[in-house]
Design a protein around this ligand. Structure first.
Ligand code: A2P
Length: 204
């Protein structure tokens, strides 16, 4: 979603309304392809693209490089089954942001969805493996082929978030965790919902 170019990242008019700019995702993608050709990027991908937007790039006449990844919200409460399947079919890796359910900062997080790491199923499974709910959530994602980018300011927890390669979840546990999906986003970006390319109005 593009905003009016200038000094302000999120420019606003006198009524406090964000000023958008013409957003041409295909033209932007061509510029990113040029960055790759110029050696400025190894690989190029997208973020928060829905299926329609991905198809627009994939079907673009003269497409030079496909997006290698689509970075979207993904975790046990928002498992993205349809987008994940679509991306699998097109060899696009899903990179899951907020894999631990966010910091629950009310200025940008939809806190009507409950705290992920308090979930009883994640905690019970964690107990079995001597792991935390956070580790179970991360393991669940990587085990279904979703890259995770957990955030922490705490050295202990940063280390903890790496300790997910010495255990694996059974198929039954994977299904139990998949069933936690609430189809509710923590990150809705509602302040931009009237932007022509706002991605979250479509089903996926
Ligand atoms: P902190 O920085 O104090 O560790 P997400 O990656 O989904 O955006 O979640 C980030 C939030 O999760 C932060 O509030 C972070 O707090 C917390 N967090 C990160 N790792 C862990 C962990 N292993 N256990 C519990 N909370 C964690």
């Amino acid at each position: 979603m593009a905003f009016k170019p200038g000094d302000a990242i999120y420019p606003k008019d006198e009524n406090g309304k964000i000023i958008y700019h013409e957003t041409d995702l295909c033209a932007t993608w061509e510029a990113m392809e040029a960055c790759k050709d110029a050696g400025l990027a190894k690989s190029i991908g997208v973020s928060n693209f829905n299926r329609r937007q991905l198809e627009m790039i994939l079907n673009k006449p003269g497409l030079k490089y496909k997006p290698v990844s689509n970075q979207v919200e993904c975790h046990p409460y928002f498992t993205q089954p349809k987008l994940l399947e679509f991306c699998r079919q097109h060899d696009i890796v899903i990179v899951g942001y907020s894999p631990l359910g966010t910091s629950r900062d009310e200025t940008w997080v939809n806190v009507s969805s409950p705290p992920l790491l308090k979930d009883p199923v994640l905690n019970a499974i964690g107990k079995k493996y001597n792991k935390t709910a956070a580790q179970v959530a991360l393991r669940f994602s990587i085990q279904r082929g979703v890259v995770v980018i957990p955030k922490s300011f705490n050295p202990q927890r940063i280390k903890e978030n790496f300790q997910i390669f010495d255990f694996s979840l059974t198929e039954k546990e994977m299904k139990e965790i998949e069933a936690l999906n609430k189809n509710v986003r923590y990150v809705e970006l509602l302040m931009w919902r009237d932007h022509p390319e706002y991605p979250f109005s479509d089903e996926y």
